[in-house]
Unconditional design. Structure first.
Length: 175
């Protein structure tokens, strides 16, 4: 993928609000399931409205400082639902990637180092969530989409006796 070149990748993508979540991982890791769960979370109001970009195979293109994702033409509007098979659903033709979720990631940790939470794809820096096989990815993705990171600001929640800043404050809404 160089310049405006497009590359086909084994991944799924869902547009959540105005940015796409690109879901990567090995076969059977749950890419389609997470894509559908994000669409359902959008319908339930847990995240901004969500619509499929593509399932199983998508095209990525770096354009300027953005990474664009499009469905693979033969698969546009199709998603695999485990137990039901291939289903048709609404989809968008193109979206800007705002988050990459790597399922079954070898580098997933409880408190990942900052460098694990970003990814460079053809010169574009994208926030990343490495997810262990042992965890359900949806809560992590919802948290990433609906909260802000909190670095040490010198104030701690009232019950934080350790004063290391890893306790949640009463409100976790974005600032």
């Amino acid at each position: 993928m160089t310049g405006a070149a497009s590359a086909s990748v084994h991944a799924s993508a869902v547009l959540v609000g105005n940015r796409a979540v690109l879901i990567r991982g090995p076969s059977g890791a749950g890419k389609s399931r997470l894509a559908f769960e994000l669409i359902l979370a959008g319908r339930a109001g847990q995240v901004p409205p969500a619509v499929l970009v593509g399932d199983d195979r998508v095209h990525l293109e770096a354009r300027g400082n953005q990474l664009l994702v499009r469905p693979a033409r033969p698969l546009a509007g199709l998603i695999e639902i485990y137990g039901l098979g291939i289903r048709r659903c609404d989809f968008v033709e193109e979206a800007v990637v705002g988050l990459v979720v790597d399922l079954a990631a070898e580098d997933a940790e409880r408190l990942p180092p900052p460098e694990a939470l970003h990814l460079h794809i053809n010169g574009v820096i994208i926030p990343r969530i490495p997810v262990s096989r042992a965890l359900s990815p949806l809560p992590l993705v919802v948290a990433a989409l609906t909260t802000t990171s909190d670095t040490h600001s010198g104030t701690f929640s009232g019950d934080c006796v350790k004063e290391i800043g890893n306790h949640m404050r009463p409100s976790i809404a974005p600032e």
